[in-house]
Design a protein around this ligand. Structure first.
Ligand SMILES: NC(=O)CC(=O)C(=O)O
Length: 287
């Protein structure tokens, strides 16, 4: 599927929007996980958030052996609960991800709902997390999952938003594509781990934000000492200058960030790298 292109947005006037990153305690109890997400959405909306992002695999422990058991179609039980929560609380919900079953395949999928509860975007993790760091961590999502085949953007009344899931954040071309197509905020539900988290989690967010002069935010599961996979946590938000404007530790909780959307055009005006690119020498090519 080709990427959709949005018309450029006028970002000259200041619009401050509060977003919430829900660092949920994910357990092996799917029902409890869904209820926890719904409670977090309501709490964040009461605190003034207009968009709430859940973590990667918010309804299921993160691990290839769990995906088949917890998988469901879209729409299904988990996404119906997110749609209701978006509508009841009048907020955008970026539903982290769930293992999705479609035909005979499984995907790691993020659904996005608008404040009327309508499904407005679906992102299947494009880059599967297949790594091998001897003595530290070996993980192979492709043992059970299939990759998505499309970038995903959605439109809000405060700007265009690009979506990636976790490992997708390591691919700068995807972020660049979103920026070139008019996004001012990138959201990455993710679950880095105790090896890659301390080394790369913040660095990647700051890199994507600075290269593309936009906001980047992540939502991770909280660390669960009894889980096979220890999530790094540290859900965060970085502004277009590369400054971390909100973050946390590994504990469950809601992280709030107030995004002054005028920062995007301000930084792009002050350091005009977008106009200074040497397209005569290089260019991002979309097939
Ligand atoms: N879990 C992921 O998809 C990615 C990750 O942990 C990493 O890139 O490191």
């Amino acid at each position: 599927m080709p990427a959709r292109s949005f018309p450029p947005l006028d970002l000259r006037s200041a619009i401050v929007v509060r977003i919430a990153l829900a660092q949920l305690q994910v357990t092996s109890n799917k029902q409890q996980n869904i209820e926890g997400a719904v409670r977090a959405i309501a709490e964040a909306a009461k605190a003034g958030a207009r968009l709430v992002t859940l973590p990667e695999c918010f309804n299921c422990p993160y691990g290839t052996k769990y995906f088949g058991t917890y998988a469901e179609p879209i729409p299904g039980e988990s996404t119906a609960a997110l749609s209701r929560a978006a509508k009841e609380n009048g907020v955008y919900v970026v539903g982290g991800s769930i293992p999705e079953r479609a035909a005979d395949k499984l995907y790691n999928t993020c659904t996005v709902f608008n404040p009327d509860g309508d499904l407005i975007a679906t992102h299947r993790k494009i880059h599967l997390f297949d790594i091998d760091i001897p003595g530290k961590i070996t993980f192979k999502e492709s043992e059970t999952l299939s990759p998505g085949d499309a970038p995903t953007m959605f439109k809000t009344d405060f700007g265009h938003v690009g979506v990636g899931i976790c490992y997708d954040m390591r691919f700068p071309e995807l972020a660049q594509l979103y920026a070139e197509q008019g996004c001012s905020l990138l959201l990455y539900p993710g679950a880095f781990n105790m090896t890659t988290g301390p080394a790369h989690w913040e660095l990647l967010q700051r890199g994507r934000a600075l290269d593309n002069q936009l906001f980047v935010a992540t939502a991770s599961p909280a660390r669960n000492a009894s889980a096979d996979y220890q999530a790094w946590g540290h859900s965060s938000c970085v502004d277009p200058w590369g400054t971390v404007i909100a973050t946390t530790d590994e504990q469950p909780g809601l992280v709030y960030a107030d995004l002054d959307m005028s920062k995007v055009s301000e930084v792009r005006h002050n350091i005009p790298i977008r106009e200074q690119k040497r397209h005569d020498l290089y260019r991002l090519v979309v097939p």
